[in-house]
Design a protein around this ligand. Structure first.
Ligand code: IMP
Ligand code: MG
Length: 182
């Protein structure tokens, strides 16, 4: 897809992302032998990352998804997390790997870890492609992290701004003037 005016720069190229996803797959393959993990993707941002990552995991996995609302249309957190679509599988006794596109304030990840813990899994790990560690509001750290990224609004490879740009094969920074404050 062509570079667009509203982008500032390409932060992570397709090649860089592919390399990282491969190495995360190697780690997960080692850590989850004989565990038949349940990959739980957080819709919709997870889809690209999860689709690529699962093909780099060389042990059997199962998939499930949930969907939460935290930001609405805005680029700024409302601090409110709400489950919009729940899991289809029973996580009781399962080794769950929660797959997210990005962790910023940590509110979403923290909420989901607690939410899943309430359903008695054998273990929960979190795997995020991107980590923005600067604006944490809760002390949460992902177990598997692709890249630490600057405190800028990012789009592409699943990440959206007002539902746009998810289909970019790279991650780009949006110009500040492309983001509308509420
Ligand atoms: P948190 O709850 O503040 O950690 O935010 C997590 C969610 O906010 C992610 O799952 C994303 O959907 C969204 N988000 C945070 N930063 C960005 C960004 O730079 N671009 C697009 N979405 C983002
Ligand atoms: Mg998300």
């Amino acid at each position: 897809m062509e570079f667009q005016d509203e982008f500032e720069q390409i932060l992570l190229t397709e090649e860089e992302i592919n390399q990282k996803v491969k190495s995360l797959g190697v780690q997960l393959t080692e850590d989850y032998r004989d565990k038949n993990p349940l990959l739980v993707g957080v819709l919709r941002g997870c889809v690209t990352f999860m689709a690529d990552l699962m093909r780099e995991i060389e042990v059997p996995v199962e998939l499930d998804f949930l969907s939460v609302a935290s930001y609405g249309q805005s680029a700024f957190t409302s601090g409110v997390v709400r489950v919009l679509k729940d899991l289809s599988e029973d996580v009781d006794g399962r080794h769950v790997i929660l797959i997210e596109d990005i962790v910023d304030s940590g509110l979403t990840l923290n909420y989901l870890i607690n939410y899943l813990n309430g359903r008695n899994p054998a273990s929960i790990a979190t795997c995020v492609l991107l980590d923005k560690p600067y604006r944490r509001e809760v002390d949460v750290k992902a177990d598997y992290v692709g890249f630490e990224v600057p405190d800028k609004f990012l789009v592409g490879y699943g990440l959206d701004y007002a539902q746009k740009y998810r289909n970019l094969p790279y991650v780009a920074t949006l110009k500040d003037n492309a983001i509308e404050e509420e």
